[in-house]
Design a protein around this ligand. Structure first.
Ligand SMILES: Cc1cc2nc3c(=O)[nH]c(=O)nc-3n(C[C@H](O)[C@H](O)[C@H](O)COP(=O)(O)OP(=O)(O)OC[C@H]3O[C@@H](n4cnc5c(N)ncnc54)[C@H](O)[C@@H]3O)c2cc1C
Length: 637
C-alpha cells in the first residue's frame, strides 16, 4: 500500500493557500451533476454536508439517530479553540500550531496542524454569523478561557454546552439545504458497508433501523464523519451509540487504519461507582480553570475533605507542573491521577478518585460567578453523585474519552480508497498521540466547513468516473454480505447478551490497553480477545427479528466490529515500543515517570492494512518530519 500524504510544497504558512489555488475547481454549473454521500451529521458531517450542498453538490446525508441534532457532538462541553488573540496574551496561528504539535507529542503531520490553526479563526466568524451564542465579556466581546497544554486563553465557549450550540448552528445550515432540496437526509439509517468499484468508493449499503430494509446508495464520492471509537472500552464518556462500524467496514474494504492505539483518557470524569454502570460522565476540562486538583498527602487518609488542613493536602499538578499547574495536558494529568491513586492516596469509596476543589475560586470570585461559568456541569455532577460541588470538592477520575486514531487520510482528507474521504474524529489527522482540549470541535468544523468542500473537487476533477448505479454487482455483493451477517446474529440464539460481551471486552481493554500498557499485558489481551470473540459468535443472544426496530441487533454488529478493532489496537500498542502522548508503555518512561519517545524508530504514523480475516494486518509507515517544531522532550514543568 502506498501512503501518499500529498502535502503541498512551499513554506508552511503558504501551503494551504497555494494548494487551494493549484487545485482544479468544479464549475458551479457542473457541481449539480455530482452526488456526494456524507455519513454522519455531527459537527464534522453536518458542517460538511451543509457546505457541500451550499456549493451546489447533491448531497445524501445519513445518521443513525432520529435527528441530525442528536449526534454525539451535542455532548461537547468546554469549548473550541481559535487563534484569534482577542486577549492579546501572545496567541497567534503559529502558537496554536506549535502547542498542538507539541501537545500531540510529535506524532502528527505538521502541515495539517498548521492549516487547522489557520482555519480556526474562520470557524469562529462562521459560527458567530450563524448566531452561535458564545459567551461574551461585559463589553460585548467574545470571552475566552484556558484549556490544557496552553498558556494563553484561546477557548471560545457557550457555558458548558459548546457542542450543543455549535451543532445547532451546523444543523440549521443543514436544514436550510434540506429545505432547498440539496440535501436528502436519511435519519435512523446505519451504514454497514462501503462499495468500491474499479478501486474507487462509489456508494454505501445501509440498514433502515426502523423497518430493517437493506438498501444501496450510489454516489461520486463518499465522506465519512462518523465519530470516534472510544466505546471500545464500554465505559467511556461517549454517547452510548457512538461506534466504529463505518470506519471499520471501510478498513476491511481497503482504507488504512492509522494509529489505532492512540486513545485519550480524560482526567476529569465522574468515577465509576459500581459494576452495573453503563456510562461515564465527563466533567469538562474547563473546570480546571478554577478547580484545584488534590489528594491527601498521607496514604489511606479517609477524613472528610473539609477537615483536611491545607498543609496535609497535595496539589500534585501544581507541585509537579508549576508552569501549567492544573491545566497540564490530559495525558499527563490522567497519569498523575493514576499514580497518586496507585500510591494509595485516592479518595472516595473505591480509592479511585481525586478531588477537584472550587473552594478557593468561590472565595475569590463568589458562587454566582462560578455558577455562571459552569452551572450546568455542577448541576449534572450533583444529579449523578448527590453531592453539592459548591460545598464539597468534586471527585474525579480518568476515563476513556476520545480517539486520536482513525482512518488514515492524506492532506485532502482522502483515505487510501480513492473517493472515500474521512473527516472529524473518524480520521487520524491533526492530534498525534494526544489531543489538546477544545481542539476536536475545531478540527471537526475545519474539516467540515472549510477543507472537504475544497479538496473534494481535487478528487472529482482528477478522473472521469464511470456512470454507476445500485444495480452494479458490487452493490448486490455488499447487500448480501450485510444481510448474511444480520441473519447470522439472529440464528445464534446463545445465552449471553450483546452488552455482557461488550462489558467484558471493555474491561479487558481498560486493563491491558488503557492508561498504561506493557508488553506482557498486551500479549495477554491478544490471547484473550480472540477467545472472547469466538465465544461471542457462538453464544450471543440477539432476540427479535431483522425487519423491525431491534437495538440488540444494531449493537451486535457494532460489538462484533469492536472485537476486531480491539485486537488491532493492542497489536498497534505492542508494535509501538515507545511512550508518546496517551500511549504510555510502562517500559519506556523517564526517571520521573513521563512518556519517553523514541523518535529514531517511531516518528511515523502507523497505517494498518487489512489482509483478510485469516492473515495478520500489514503495517505501513508514513514518516513524520518536523521542520518547524523541533523534536524535544515535552515539558510542562
Ligand atoms: C462528553 C464529551 C465532551 C466533549 N467536549 C469537547 C469540548 O468541549 N471541546 C472539544 O473540542 N471536543 C470535545 N469533545 C470531543 C468532541 O465532542 C468530538 O470529538 C466531536 O464532537 C466529534 O464530532 P464528529 O462530527 O466527528 O462525530 P459525532 O458527533 O460523533 O457524529 C457522528 C455522526 O456519525 C453518524 N454515524 C456514525 N456511524 C454511523 C453509521 N454506521 N451509519 C450512519 N451514521 C453513522 C452518527 O449518527 C452521527 O451523526 C467532547 C467529547 C465528549 C465525549
Amino acid at each position: 500500500m502506498e501512503l501518499r500524504a500529498k502535502v503541498p510544497e512551499g513554506p508552511i504558512e503558504k501551503k494551504w493557500d497555494s494548494h487551494r489555488f493549484d487545485m482544479k475547481l468544479v464549475n458551479p454549473a457542473n457541481k449539480r451533476k455530482y452526488t456526494i454521500i456524507v455519513v454522519g451529521s455531527g459537527l464534522a458531517g453536518g458542517a460538511g454536508a451543509a457546505t457541500l450542498a451550499e456549493l451546489g453538490y447533491n448531497v445524501k446525508c445519513f445518521c443513525f439517530q432520529d435527528s441530525p441534532r442528536r449526534a454525539h457532538s451535542i455532548a461537547a462541553q468546554g469549548g473550541i479553540n481559535a487563534a484569534k488573540n482577542y486577549q492579546n496574551d501572545g496567541d497567534s496561528v503559529y502558537r496554536l500550531f506549535y502547542d498542538t504539535v507539541k501537545g500531540g507529542d510529535f506524532r502528527s503531520r505538521e502541515a495539517n496542524v498548521y492549516r487547522l490553526a489557520q482555519i480556526s479563526v474562520n470557524i469562529i466568524d462562521q459560527c458567530v454569523a450563524q448566531g452561535v451564542p458564545f459567551a461574551r465579556e461585559y463589553g460585548g466581546l467574545l470571552a475566552n478561557r484556558s484549556f490544557g497544554g496552553a498558556q494563553v486563553s484561546r477557548t471560545f465557549y457557550a457555558r458548558g454546552q459548546t457542542g450543543q450550540q455549535l451543532l445547532l448552528g451546523a444543523y440549521q445550515a443543514l436544514e436550510r439545504q434540506i429545505g432547498k432540496g440539496m440535501v436528502t437526509m436519511y435519519p435512523r439509517t446505519e451504514m454497514l458497508d462501503v462499495v468500491v468499484i474499479d478501486g474507487s468508493a462509489r456508494g454505501i449499503v445501509v440498514r433502515n433501523l426502523i423497518t430493517g430494509a437493506i438498501e444501496s446508495h450510489a454516489a461520486d464520492a463518499v465522506v465519512l464523519g462518523t465519530g470516534g471509537y472510544g466505546n471500545v472500552f464500554y465505559l467511556s464518556t461517549n454517547a452510548k451509540g457512538s461506534n466504529a462500524t463505518a470506519i471499520w467496514r471501510a478498513y476491511k474494504r481497503g482504507a488504512a487504519f492509522a494509529n489505532p492505539c492512540f486513545t485519550q483518557i480524560h482526567p476529569t470524569c465522574i468515577p465509576k461507582s459500581g459494576e452495573y454502570q453503563s456510562k461515564l460522565t465527563l466533567m469538562s476540562e474547563s473546570l480546571r480553570n478554577d478547580g484545584r486538583v488534590w489528594v491527601p498527602l498521607a496514604k489511606g487518609d479517609k477524613r472528610r475533605p473539609d477537615t483536611i488542613p491545607e498543609a496535609e493536602r497535595d496539589y500534585y499538578l501544581e507541585r509537579m507542573y508549576p508552569s501549567y499547574g492544573n491545566l497540564a495536558p490530559r495525558d499527563i494529568a490522567s497519569r498523575a491521577a493514576k499514580r497518586v491513586c496507585d500510591e494509595g492516596r485516592g479518595v472516595g469509596l473505591t480509592g479511585l478518585g481525586v478531588y477537584l476543589d472550587f473552594a478557593a475560586a468561590i472565595a475569590r470570585v463568589g458562587e454566582d460567578a462560578i455558577r455562571e461559568r459552569y452551572g450546568n456541569l455542577f448541576e449534572m455532577y450533583q444529579r449523578i453523585t448527590d453531592e453539592n460541588p459548591y460545598k464539597v470538592p468534586m471527585r474525579i477520575y480518568p476515563a476513556a474519552h476520545y480517539t486520536m486514531g482513525g482512518l488514515w487520510v492524506d492532506y485532502n482528507l482522502m483515505s487510501t480508497i480513492p473517493g472515500l474521504h474521512v473527516i472529524g474524529e473518524a480520521n487520524f489527522s491533526d492530534h498525534g498521540a494526544n489531543r489538546l482540549g477544545a481542539s476536536a470541535l475545531m478540527q471537526g468544523l475545519a474539516d467540515g466547513y472549510f477543507i472537504i468542500s475544497n479538496t473534494i473537487a481535487e478528487y472529482l476533477t482528477s478522473k472521469k468516473l464511470a456512470v454507476v448505479d445500485t444495480t452494479h454487482a458490487a452493490f448486490e455483493e455488499a447487500e448480501q454480505r450485510v444481510s448474511d451477517m444480520t441473519k447470522k446474529f439472529l440464528s445464534i440464539k446463545g445465552s449471553r447478551t450483546v452488552d455482557s460481551f461488550h462489558r467484558e471486552l471493555g474491561a479487558l481493554m481498560w486493563e491491558y490497553c488503557g492508561m498504561a500498557r506493557n508488553d506482557a499485558g498486551l500479549r495477554t489481551a491478544l490471547e484473550k480477545i480472540p477467545k472472547l470473540r469466538d465465544e461471542f459468535w457462538r453464544d450471543v443472544n440477539v432476540p427479535g427479528s431483522a425487519d423491525t426496530l431491534n437495538q440488540a441487533l444494531e449493537k451486535a454488529g457494532r460489538v462484533a466490529d469492536f472485537f476486531e478493532l480491539a485486537e488491532l489496537m493492542c497489536r498497534d500498542a505492542l508494535e509501538r515500543k515507545e511512550s508518546c502522548g496517551g500511549h504510555f508503555r510502562e517500559e519506556y518512561q523517564t526517571p520521573d515517570g513521563e512518556a519517553l519517545r523514541d523518535d529514531e524508530h517511531f516518528a511515523y504514523v502507523a497505517a494498518w492494512e487489512y489482509a483478510g480475516d485469516k492473515s495478520a494486518p500489514i503495517l505501513n509507515k508514513e514518516p513524520l518530519d518536523f521542520e518547524y517544531v523541533h523534536l524535544a522532550q515535552r515539558s510542562y514543568k
